[in-house]
Design a protein around this ligand. Sequence first.
Ligand code: M6R
Length: 603
Amino acid sequence: MCGIVGIVGKENATDILVQGLEKLEYRGYDSAGIFVTGTDKKDYLVKSLGRIADLQAQLSPEVQGTVGIGHTRWATHGKPSERNAHPHTSGNDQFILVHNGVIENFEEIKQDFLRGEQLTGETDTEIAVHLIAYFSKETANTKEAFKKALSVIKGSYAFALIDKNEPETIYVAKNKSPLLIGLGEDFNVICSDAMAMLTQTNHFVEINDGEMVTVKADKIDIEDEKGNVVYRESYEAQLDLSDIEKGTYPYYMLKEIDDQPTVMRRIIQEYTNQTGETMIDPNVIKEITASDRIYIVACGTSYNAGWIGKTMIESLAGIPVEVHLSSEFGYNMPLLSEKPFFIFLSQSGETADSRQVLVQINELGLPSLTLTNVPGSTLSREAKYTLLLHAGPEIAVASTKAYTAQIAVLAVLAKAIGDKKNRSASLAFDIAHELSVIASVMETIIDEKMEISQLVEEYLAVTRNAFYIGRGVDYYVSMEASLKLKEISYIQAEGFAAGELKHGTIALIEEGTPVFGVITDKKTAAHTRGNLKEVESRGAHNFVISIAALSKETDQIILPDVHPLLTALVSIVPTQLIAYFATLQRGYDVDKPRNLAKSVTVE
Ligand code: M6R
């Protein structure tokens, strides 16, 4: 949520900042701004409501400098507007600040330190920059003033600060929100995500919570909370520029849907050997095998993947699994079993709701594993173990390939635990082979996307609402399918347990209401078909997605058969395409839906 970039020491700072912000637009896109300056002490502050393209349109040729910071916003405090856009300036016009996160005690700070101060916007960030100016009256040293402000501020933040009197320096600090330093030759950069600065460098240094970093063109100085100097090695980002480009695709979402067969094959390569046996860190397997209950904790699409994980782990490994929403679990923790093991699912590895649970789990000294797509992300660093998804960068706000990658990695994990426990259900099953079948079936479905587009036109072009229904694993897929549909097409969509409709929700079915039935499970297929008949009798326009073995000729989409535990990996694909085409046909931005951001770093 919100993206930050900064640079010290390069002639074309403006262009680099704007290009960086374009790469970070997935983190928020309701307003943006940059501040640039240089040793000639001329400075420029340009802000704009809307996208980075809107900001760019406002940049006149003289907006140039060698030092600068930029920000793309996802509003928390104060509506999207030019006034509330970052960077924010102190009352004395000396300090310029960008911020990602939420300052929880901004009201108290206002009361205690800033009474009578003229504030121009409604953001918590503006309070922070005024507070720094307040403390700068006590000490002429900017770093000390910044540190004093940080000692008062409570909440999450990644801050980048420029003092106009020291235009060759950016001061940086973070707590719970991501921020990296990128190292160049005679210049250095900062960014919320390495992706933003890959054109400049692929050597990055992590910053830990509580540290203060002084970034200059020729050096960076890191200090811990006590003021001790910290030396930290840089790492090379394993990212390629081509990974983060759309190429010939009109939208990232379509590219990412199409990437899925490749991702399945990569997972087979990373987690199984030549003979199809699983290859997962034996310490993880040992620790999970010794546990008496697994708690999967996640949000959004990752939470939906968790439910599929539960069915696979319980079937193959025989360990009970609970699936929880991070935002609920942290503050309403259930009674835990005697030997719990925690699995955090997070594409970004930065989701604040999940992180607050992990912090508590670590305080309790309990073991944890993060499944994430982003190496070095916060949840990966803070959990005891990590398994990477190897899905490649996922940029569209609507998650697609991360969902199927999570399910595939969980399948390998479930299989590995089952094998370790010598479970017969697991031993009879060659995961590498089954996942390669999945990859081919995904390709078949993707190849038929234009037929899906036509069906979508018939079902979803004008409707106000829609339902996905199914039982068991088909219900869990329905939850994800409806999330996909609603978050980008704005059709009010509900994923429902098919048998539960008649207990109330069937009242919403009207003449023409689209109802999508997902049928891949032999034991529940007949009942789901019965429920589809019930809604049809009340006017529903039914659309059935079924697996070949359970299909009827009249079904709209018939999927080739796959291993019964892995059906979610294929039944989800047409629903991703349905959401994509519905959004296109209704004229909305597929990759950047309103009100959302890709990485949710506030609670
Ligand atoms: O990065 P995470 O997997 O932790 O993100 C969790 C959710 O914010 C995310 O899945 C969200 O629901 C997506 N927009 C769904 O498409």
